[in-house]
Design a protein around this ligand. Structure first.
Ligand SMILES: [Zn+2]
Length: 461
């Protein structure tokens, strides 16, 4: 099977030029000024950007949480991702107490196998990590699960203590793995939450008011300090605010290998979403919460100056009806999470490139190339180069469209960006050379996507 993409403007993290691309057997075979090879399919990309497929390294498809499950399955969630120009997700498998790491990964394979439209990998959330399990980490890395997430939040559910974090960091570092950290002082937050509930403060906005930015900054500081002691790198997930960013910036200025991602909800939404009437604020109950508006420009600055390297989504949707309503009388019972996997590329293009904050190269870098490099997928994924997988998005930088739950493809009954007009639209998407989205229409296949056995996670040491 040979495909030629003609007349496009090829943009990677470093290049920007007009060229044709020849795809053979799922990989990029040739890039040239004018390719006249016999092809089974010719795609005209005139006037459009030809960019590497998006990589969203933070999703939670069908995650069990708070007595319910995230409403997107691997089937619906990966289809929606493709509509939005994302061709790879890295989802979080969860080890529950008493399980081996292998049992946890096997359970996630069972959920995803044969269900996805695009390729996928797994990180592994470790919740139960006695010394005898440390050796298992090496085996997970050998199986392509080379990153692990630990929680400083959610005592009794996900939280692990500092000693465990330190041991996991050492083991991961010695074996080429990477620890991803949910950095928030969950023990203190739990006290504040209980006091709020006892005082009758039960509305959704108290989710935000009980999770101070300092609690996040303290977690980030501690995570980085523990990584330094363990002589390894650390990756901070879903960084939401300037207080936390300052900790990452300070560490990086000192030469510490600390990495961090933020998410569109922290770049585009602000605390006022919780002040909407009735129960509306529940739509935005996610952790960390949406912060005061002034943090947004600080986060953009972090992206501009590489103190933040990645924009992921933390896609974890729960329907407003019935699911979010579990917390109607108590914000602490609202399932934490929101939808986003379909909107990331257009939102970041619109708010970043079209608004003049970042270059188009930097856009590609933070939504595709950096996640590929940090999580052991580069150069198979994350760039357009001879030999790389032909995961390619043909993107119209000028088309404007309106985001709405009425037209999105995520299996959830609301959008955090309802009615927003954005510039920059995914038109056509190829995964390993096969069309998944053709001019906005789904032409892919459930079960096409395959599990990505990732290489060693990035470590500069
Ligand atoms: Zn998450």
């Amino acid at each position: 099977m040979r495909t030629v993409i003609k007349n496009g403007r090829v943009v990677t993290a470093v290049d920007d030029y007009n060229a044709d691309i020849l795809i053979e057997d799922g990989t990029i075979a040739m890039i040239g000024k004018s390719i006249d090879a016999d092809a089974d399919r010719v795609i005209d990309a005139k006037g459009r950007l030809v960019i590497p497929g998006g990589i969203d390294p933070h999703t939670h498809m069908e995650l069990p949480f708070g007595g319910t499950s995230a409403s997107d399955t691997f089937e619906t969630g990966t289809r929606a991702a493709a509509f939005g120009g994302t061709t790879t997700i890295i989802d979080f498998a969860v080890q529950y107490k008493g399980q081996t790491l292998q049992e946890a990964v096997d359970a996630w394979h069972a959920k995803a196998d044969g269900k996805t439209s695009i390729d996928y990998g797994f990180h592994l959330i470790c919740t139960d990590f006695p010394d005898e399990r440390l050796g298992e980490m090496r085996r997970m890395i050998d199986q392509g699960v080379s990153s692990f997430k630990l929680f400083m939040a959610y005592p009794g559910v996900f939280l692990v203590d500092d000693g465990t974090i330190y041991k996991a960091m050492r083991t991961a570092g010695e074996n080429g793995g990477l620890i991803c950290m949910h950095a928030e002082n969950g023990v203190v937050i739990d006290v504040i939450v209980k006091q709020a509930i006892a005082a009758g403060k039960t509305a959704p906005k108290y989710h935000a008011l009980t999770r101070p930015t300092k609690a996040e900054a303290e977690g980030v500081h501690r995570a980085i300090a523990l990584a330094e002691i363990a002589n390894t790198a650390v990756y901070i997930v879903h960084l939401s605010c300037d207080d936390a960013l300052q900790e990452v910036t300070r560490a990086r200025d000192m030469g510490v290998p600390a990495f961090a991602e933020t998410c569109p909800q922290y770049l585009f939404l602000d605390y006022s979403v919780y002040e909407q009437p009735g129960f509306e604020g529940a739509k935005y109950v996610m952790t960390p919460p949406i912060r005061e508006k002034w943090n947004q420009e600080k986060l953009w600055r972090g992206l501009q100056f590489n103190d933040l390297q990645v924009v992921s989504t933390d896609h974890c949707p729960f329907c407003f009806k019935e699911q979010k309503e579990l917390g109607k009388d108590d914000f602490s019972k609202i399932p934490n999470g929101g939808p986003g996997v379909e909107n990331r590329m257009s939102l970041v293009y619109n708010g970043g490139v079209a608004s003049g904050r970042i270059s188009v190269n930097r856009f590609v870098e933070i939504v595709s190339t950096n996640p590929a490099k940090i999580f052991g997928l580069f150069p198979k994924k994350g760039t357009i180069a001879v030999g790389s997988d032909a995961d390619i998005v043909i993107f119209d930088p000028n088309e404007e469209f309106t985001i709405s739950a009425k037209s999105h493809h995520m299996n959830v009954d609301y959008s955090c960006y309802e009615g927003w007009k954005v510039k920059g639209a995914t038109k056509t998407v190829l995964s390993r050379g096969e069309l998944v989205i053709d001019e906005g229409k789904y032409v892919g296949r459930t079960g096409y996507g395959s599990f990505l056995k990732r290489g060693l996670a990035f470590s500069p040491r």
